[in-house]
Design a protein around this ligand. Sequence first.
Ligand code: GDP
Length: 300
Amino acid sequence: IEDQAEDNPEDLVVRAPIVTVMGHVDHGKTSLLDYIRKANVIAGESGGITQHIGAYNVQLENGQKIAFLDTPGHEAFTAMRARGAQVTDIAIIVIAADDQVMPQTKEAISHAQAAEVPLIFAINKIDKPTANPDKVKEQLANMNLLVEEWGGSIQSQDISAKQGLNVDELLEKVLLEAEVLELKANPKRLATGTVVEAALDKGRGYVSTILVQNGTLRVGDYLVAGSNHGKVRAMLDERGNQVKEAGPSTPVTILGLDGAPTAGDKFRVYEDEREAKQVATKREQLQREQTIRTQKHITL
Ligand code: GDP
């Protein structure tokens, strides 16, 4: 996707951080994401988000927001990165305190470091009698990853995802990290962002969860996502409520595309439908040619 013109500095406003949760299998990624999704962290809302969705926003009591990519495991992170999508601002690395730093933990750490994404450790399962968070921190120190408690600069928080213990504190640390990063975006431009997941829904047609990273997406906008395109017919937030627009760092589910783009595909809004169609057609053509080339390669 072609770069748009530089943003005028005075149009830039603070945007919410976009967070990915990574870590070794069974260390508690899903439990943490589920707790955050279901807990009543959203100010003024009576309940949590009940449905599963690939990305969602939570709003803390103080009004500040955090966008979570709910695609546990670094496979999704790696797949997105492979497609050139730089989506995550902060990575939470979950490590079970009754276990230790495992191969997948190390892999997650190096993926985040390669992407220059700051880490926050969530030392999980501290409710367990066998939990030994200090042992985990010592292991991290031996890997040159010094947490703040140990005189280093990496934030870490002991939590129990199962009981929801200290999860608020963890989210506070995310916001602290975000403040340091000075994340900004321009809500005045045409929206750009990344596809999180997409599928064909029986009743509604193609349904895509996308993350607006810059600009503002509105119902009626024409967009191209990967080699798909369409007019945004309706937009839903993480609670299934219809919304008219979505600003920077907002995940939103859209209806109206002519197909299901791939996770990690970038999207961009175009001024008019004709231009959007032309771009999408060109992409389709390129993709077909690539497929033919690959097939030839295979038969040779
Ligand atoms: P994932 O593979 O990293 O997504 O891990 P899960 O969230 O699926 O958790 C793996 C197992 O650990 C499940 O049986 C969870 O119930 C359990 N678990 C997760 N977090 C905690 C916790 O804080 N305390 C305890 N006691 N168990 C936990």
